[in-house]
Write a protein that binds this ligand. Structure first.
Ligand SMILES: Nc1nc2c(ncn2[C@@H]2O[C@H](COP(=O)(O)OP(=O)(O)OP(=O)(O)O)[C@@H](O)[C@H]2O)c(=O)[nH]1
Ligand SMILES: [Mg+2]
Length: 595
C-alpha cells in the first residue's frame, strides 16, 4: 500500500471508512479502474496500521477498512478526524454492507459509523453512505429508512447522501476485484458529498512543530506517567529486551539517581518516575525536570495514563498539567497512551459510544487537550508481571502511534522546574472539571440527541410524504396504465373489425373482379371466335378463289397444251410438206431441164 507522502500533492481527499468485509476496497478500486487496495493479511486483523491512500488525478483516495472492535474503531476515528483537519479538508464516505441473511444493515458496520462520528464531538460533518452488497429483492426504501434510523446522524447536516449498490455474486467470490458498472453511482456520491473542514484541535505554531526528517537534533521519546502506568514496560517493548526495570515491585523508578535513558533504533527513550506518590513527588519532579533539560532535542512527549470508572484518573491529568506547565512554549504537542484498558470497559465502549465519549472528554477536560490518543487494551500476560516484554506484533500499533505524535524542539532553557506544590490543587480542580465537563458534554449530547430525533422525525415525515406522493404517483401511473390498456384493447378490437371489413371488401372486390374478368374473357372469346370464323370464311373464300384460279389455270394449260399439240401437229405437217417439196425439187429430172 502506498502512503500519501510518496505521492503527488492532492487537491481533494475522499476518506472511505468501513468495517470488515464491507467491500470498500472493491468500491475504491472500481473508481480507480485498477486494483490498488487489497484485503489486509489475516495476521494484521485487529491492528490499526494507519490509513491506506493513493492519489489519482489530484484526488486522494483514503481507505480505513476492516475496522473491527471498538478499540480499532476509536483509533481509526482519531486518524480520520486528523486527516479531516488538513487544510483542504476531506470528504467522508461510510460503506455499510447488508447482512445477506436478514436483509438489514450489518450492526457492526453501523457501530463503526457511530464511533467515527463521535470523534468529531459536536462538529457538523456531512458524509455520504454507500449501502453495499444489497441482495436482490431487499427494499431500498427500507434500507434508506434504516440508515436514517440507526446511524448516528446528529453531527450531519442536513441528511447524508445515500446510494445503494447491489450484491455482485461474482465479486463475492473474488478476493480483490473491481467492477466498473456495479459502483457507477459512487462517482456521483463522491461529487455530491460536501468537503468537511475541521479546525485543527491544537493550534500549534509552525515554529514549534518540527519535521524530524529535516532536523539534525537528537530524537527523544519521553515516557511520563504515574507509578505503575506501564512506562517501563512500554520502553522494554520498544527495545524488545529489558533495558529498564518494570513491574509492580520495581517501584517508582526513582531509586535511580541517574537519568534512565536508552538508545533504541536511533531514538533516545527516557523513562521517568510518576508524581502521584506524595512521598517521592519532589524527587520525581526533579528527575522529570532534569530529563527535559538534559539536552536540546526533538521531544515526543508521551503520557502513559490509566483509567478509573471509565475516566482518565485525575492524578494522571494533574501530572500531565504540571509537566506541560513547566515547558515555556505555547501549544506543546503531546500524545497520550490510555493504557491497560480493561476488557469490561472496552465492552462498554463497544456497546455504548457514550463510554468512549466520556473517556476522551475526561482526558481533554483540563487546560491542555490533544487528539493524539492511543487506546491500549490490558495485556493479560503483563498484568502484575515483572519485566514482561510485550510481543513485537502487539507493539507495532503503539510504536506507529508514537511516530505520528508531533515533535517539539526543547532546549534546556525552555524548561522551568516542575512545581510539585501545584499537584494536589491541580488534581482536585481537575477532578471537579472532569465531572463538570462530562455532565456538560452529556447534556450537550442529550440536546443533540433531541435535535437529532426531531430532525429524524422531520426526515421520517418527509420520507412518509415522499412515499405517499410516490404511492399517489404509482396510483396515477397504474390508472393511466389501465386506461391505456383499455384503450389498447379497444384499439385492437377496432383494428380487428377493420381488418374483418377489409377482408370482406377484398373478398367482394375479388369476386367482382373475377366476374368482370370472366365476362371480359367471354367477350374476348366471343370476339376471338367471331374473328376466327371470319378468318375461316375468308380463308375458305380465298381457297375457293384459289381453287377456281387453279381450275382456270389448268384449263388454260390444257388449252395451251392443246394449242401446242395442234401447233406441233401443224408444224409437223408443214415440215413434212416442206420435206416433200424438197424431195420433189431435188428429184433428178432427165427430160426436162428447166433453166
Ligand atoms: N495488564 C497489563 N499490565 C501492564 C501493561 N503494561 C504494564 N503492565 C504491568 O504494570 C505493572 C507496572 O508496569 P511498569 O512498566 O513497571 O510501570 P511504570 O509506569 O514504569 O511504573 P513506575 O516505574 O513505577 O513509575 C507491571 O506489572 C507491568 O507488567 C499492560 O498493558 N497491561
Ligand atoms: Mg518504570
Amino acid at each position: 500500500m502506498t502512503t500519501a507522502q510518496q505521492q503527488p500533492e492532492p487537491t481533494e481527499t475522499v476518506i472511505f471508512v468501513s468495517s470488515h468485509d464491507a467491500g470498500t476496497s472493491t468500491v475504491i478500486n472500481s473508481q480507480l479502474g485498477q486494483v490498488h487496495f487489497v484485503k489486509p493479511p489475516k495476521e494484521n486483523h485487529g491492528q490499526f496500521l494507519g490509513l491506506g491512500s493513493v492519489v489519482v488525478d489530484g484526488v486522494e483516495y483514503v481507505e480505513a477498512s476492516a475496522v473491527t472492535g471498538n478499540l480499532l474503531r476509536s483509533q481509526v476515528a482519531l486518524a480520520v478526524s486528523n486527516r479531516m483537519r488538513l487544510p483542504h479538508g476531506a470528504k467522508l464516505i461510510f460503506v455499510i454492507a447488508v447482512d445477506k441473511s436478514t436483509g438489514k444493515l450489518q450492526a457492526s458496520h453501523v457501530d463503526t459509523v457511530g464511533v467515527v462520528l463521535s470523534a468529531f464531538h459536536d462538529a457538523r460533518v456531512q458524509f455520504g453512505v454507500v449501502v453495499n452488497k444489497i441482495p436482490a429483492g431487499v427494499s431500498h426504501v427500507k434500507l434508506y429508512q434504516e440508515v436514517m434510523d440507526t446511524i448516528k446522524t446528529e453531527t450531519c447536516s442536513p441528511i447524508p447522501h445515500v446510494i445503494m449498490c447491489p450484491l455482485v455474486p461474482d465479486l463475492e467470490e473474488a478476493t480483490d476485484q473491481l467492477s466498473k458498472t456495479a459502483f457507477a453511482e459512487v462517482a456521483c456520491l463522491m461529487k455530491e458529498t460536501p468537503t468537511t473542514h475541521l479546525e485543527p484541535l491544537d493550534d500549534i505554531a509552525d515554529d514549534v512543530v518540527i519535521d524530524p526528517a529535516t532536523s539534525s537534533l537528537p530524537r527523544i521519546v519521553m515516557a511520563i506517567g504515574n507509578p505503575g502506568s506501564g512506562k517501563s514496560t512500554l520502553i522494554n517493548g520498544a527495545a524488545q529486551s529489558i533495558v529498564t526495570q518494570a513491574g509492580s515491585s520495581a517501584g517508582h523508578g526513582i531509586q535511580h539517581d541517574k537519568l534512565l535513558k536508552f538508545e533504541i533504533n536511533g531514538t533516545t527513550w527516557i523513562d521517568t518516575p510518576g508524581l502521584s506518590d506524595v512521598k517521592y513527588r519532589t524527587r520525581a519532579a526533579g528527575q522529570i525536570t532534569d530529563a527535559l533539560k538534559d539536552q536540546e532535542g526533538l521531544y515526543r512527549l508521551i503520557f502513559v495514563v490509566t483509567t478509573e470508572s471509565g475516566r482518565v484518573k485525575p492524578d494522571d491529568l494533574a501530572t500531565l498539567t504540571i509537566v506541560l506547565n513547566a515547558i515555556r512554549k505555547k501549544n506543546v504537542p503531546y500524545g497520550v497512551i490510555i493504557n491497560k484498558i480493561s476488557e469490561r470497559l472496552l465492552q462498554k465502549m463497544l456497546t455504548e459510544a457514550e463510554f468512549y465519549d466520556k473517556l476522551i472528554c475526561s482526558l481533554n477536560s483540563g487546560p491542555y487537550s490533544t487528539n493524539h490518543i492511543f487506546l491500549a487494551p490490558e495485556d493479560q500476560d503483563a498484568r502484575d508481571a515483572d519485566n514482561c516484554i510485550i510481543p513485537a506484533s502487539a507493539m507495532t500499533p503503539v510504536l506507529n502511534f508514537i511516530e505520528t505524535v508531533p515533535c517539539i524542539a526543547i532546549r534546556p532553557t525552555d524548561v522551568e522546574a516542575i512545581k510539585t506544590s501545584d499537584f494536589d490543587d491541580q488534581e482536585a480542580k481537575l477532578k471537579d472539571l472532569v465531572e463538570m465537563m462530562i455532565t456538560a458534554h452529556s447534556k450537550q449530547l442529550e440536546q443533540i440527541v433531541i435535535m437529532h430525533e426531531s430532525a429524524m422525525a422531520q426526515h421520517r415525515e418527509t420520507l412518509r410524504m415522499l412515499q405517499a406522493d410516490q404511492a399517489r404517483r404509482d396510483e396515477m401511473t397504474n390508472g393511466m396504465l389501465e386506461s391505456l390498456r383499455t384503450q389498447a384493447a379497444e384499439e385492437s378490437q377496432r383494428r380487428d373489425k377493420i381488418q374483418e371489413r377489409l377482408e370482406e371488401i377484398m373478398a367482394k372486390a375479388n369476386r367482382g373482379q373475377l366476374e368482370a374478368r370472366q365476362a371480359h374473357m367471354k367477350t374476348m372469346l366471343e370476339m376471338e371466335k367471331a374473328r376466327s370464323e371470319a378468318r375461316e370464311r375468308e380463308l375458305k373464300m380465298k381457297l375457293e378463289a384459289e381453287r377456281k384460279r387453279l381450275e382456270m389455270e389448268k384449263a388454260h394449260q390444257k388449252e395451251m397444251h392443246d394449242t401446242k399439240a395442234a401447233h406441233d401437229k401443224e408444224t409437223n405437217r408443214l415440215e413434212n410438206m416442206i420435206k416433200d417439196v424438197e424431195k420433189e425439187v431435188n428429184r433428178p429430172r432427165d427430160s426436162c431441164i428447166v433453166m
